[in-house]
Design a protein around this ligand. Sequence first.
Ligand code: 5GP
Length: 221
Amino acid sequence: EWRRYSEPIYIDKLRFHPKHFIIPFHYKKYIESVLLPHGLIRDRIEKLAQEIHDVFQNNELHLLCLLKGSRAFFSLLLFYLNKMNIYSQVKCSKPPYMEHYVRVKSYINDTPNSDGKLSIISEDLDCLKGKDILIVEDIIDTGNTLEKFCAWLEKLNPRRVLIASLLEKRTPKTNGIKANFAGFSVPDEFLIGFSLDYNEVFRDLDHICIMNTQALSDFAV
Ligand code: 5GP
């Protein structure tokens, strides 16, 4: 039975002017507004880690990072989870959190597109048979990527598959897939920063932001 363990924070109309935050020099002319400052993102991820730890305790859990966009979320989440395990002083003989990296991309004619075929590049994941898996995703937009990826994962016969997503977009194009652990519910806008890219640019920006039309044209491919 499906359960929402972490309800997302509902982000609506509040935007911050970029002048109030440190923006790398190379992005100064491209940021329209800041939607989620880095500190807020960190605090939210720490809470998600606590809620994930509550559900799985110190049992073996396989975390699956969907690259590249989830890199920043995954790495902080794992950092906090490992701290919680260490602080809990439980005597276990094996590390509770195992990490796996999967590159997923949707394509139509070489153009990333949610309706296209999903290309999956990964290490051998046969070890996931009978295991608890947590998919760690940056953002759920239409949900098509996760739907296809979950179908692919089911063939490996895991015991249980749950989803953690930092962001969930409120879009009419959704297929209904939601995360069991969700960080923020965000408006239907194209977001960049904290590993989210626009044509591989902006991944190194700490805050999650909305870019301006100058960026749209300067970084178009
Ligand atoms: P979906 O298949 O749910 O439509 O989209 C999933 C993938 O599309 C995400 O993992 C992400 O890589 C990309 N994506 C969706 N929305 C955004 C966005 O607002 N900004 C960026 N940078 N990527 C997005």
